[in-house]
Design a binder for this molecule. Structure first.
Ligand SMILES: *Cc1c(COP(=O)(O)O)cnc(C)c1O
Length: 325
């Protein structure tokens, strides 16, 4: 199914049916501030309003529901400490099957507590995210449960792609879609859904400029490993896998551009969204951040920015938007 975009489109259509019981068709809201300021319509696709607080429930639900029932009852396993882990836990809890999240010994206790509250069993072992991933793979083999990787997986990509189909229906005159980019499951899926039908619609990936692994890897033409640095967009941190099989190639082939934004710009983006009544995490604000940047190339026509998640406390939102970056 590698480059057969029609096959991907079919997979995304099938995903949409499969995940319907778990996923909201989230609203699009008009950004009055930005539309007025920029002179063209800007819409937010508000996928932070999914039950687990982020879009990732789409990919997790598709990965699980595309397996036969007798496999599903044994549950799922993953190694993401962020929104993907919460999404897997949510879908498993809804189905009444066990979820396991493998985390390294470096993950802070507060984060482990939050994951525990999601109802998943937490396995703390290993000295890095990579080791936690290996442990998850081994456990999945031993226990016969379904391993659901956070982004580099066809079922996950197709699930995230359902967002692209909704955007085409909700904003039919869209010319540019802005997608927060980390491992690239979301941007791959959205680009596949959109380009299959409208190759002229521009799809841009946006990352933070601190440790943007996909962006740097595209620059050198091969997946890289980089150190993690703190960022307001913490959900965009993490590698793309040196053995990346799907998302690196899809992003390389399908995205019109990949750009990065500064911490100060992300803070401005969060502020603007907050003033519009939308509390989101830093990762979701990179589109707003880029639209506000003085030095970006001009756009024309209707823009849709995807708001990907709101998993941060109100106190953290206040801190992030009030401090001087
Ligand atoms: C995971 C995530 C992203 C990036 O998705 P990828 O598929 O890894 O590129 C963006 N925003 C939020 C809030 C996320 O949780």
């Amino acid at each position: 199914m590698d480059w057969d975009i029609k096959a991907w489109e079919e997979a995304i259509r099938a995903a949409r049916k499969r995940i319907a019981p778990f996923v909201e068709r989230t609203p699009v809201l008009h950004s009055f501030h930005l539309s007025q300021r920029l002179g063209y319509p800007v819409w937010w696709k508000c996928d932070q309003f999914q039950a687990s607080g982020a879009f990732k429930i789409r990919g997790a639900a598709n990965a699980l529901m595309s397996r036969p029932e007798e496999e599903r009852v044994r549950g799922a396993i993953t190694y993401s400490t962020g929104n993907h882990g919460l999404a897997v836990a949510y879908v498993c809890r809804t189905l009444g099957v066990p979820a396991v999240i493998c985390v390294s010994e470096l993950v802070p206790p507060a984060k482990i507590d939050a994951l525990r509250k999601s109802g998943a069993r937490i396995v703390v072992d290993g000295q890095s995210q990579d080791q936690a991933a290996q442990i998850a793979r081994r456990l999945a083999d031993e226990e016969g449960s379904i391993l659901i990787p956070p982004f580099d997986d066809p079922a996950v990509i197709a699930g995230q792609g359902t967002l692209g189909g909704e955007i085409l229906e909700q904003v039919p005159d869209v010319r540019t879609v802005l997608v927060p980019l980390s491992g690239g499951g979301l941007a791959s899926g959205v680009a596949l859904a959109i380009k299959a039908r409208h190759p002229q619609i521009r799809v841009l990936g946006i990352s933070m400029d601190r440790g943007a692994v996909m962006y740097e890897s595209l620059g050198t033409g091969t997946p890289l490993e980089m150190d993690e640095v703190p960022s307001l967009a913490d959900s965009l941190q993490g590698g793309i896998g040196l053995d990346n099989r799907w998302t690196f190639g899809l992003i390389q082939k399908l995205l019109d551009d990949v750009v990065v934004v500064s911490e100060a710009a992300i803070q401005q983006g969060m502020r603007l969204l907050g003033e519009e009544g939308l509390i989101v995490e830093g990762a979701a604000a990179v589109g707003a951040a880029w639209l506000l940047a003085e030095d970006r190339p001009p756009l024309s026509g209707t823009v849709v920015g995807i708001l990907t998640g709101h998993n941060l406390s109100l106190a953290d939102f206040v801190r992030a938007t009030a401090s001087e970056e």
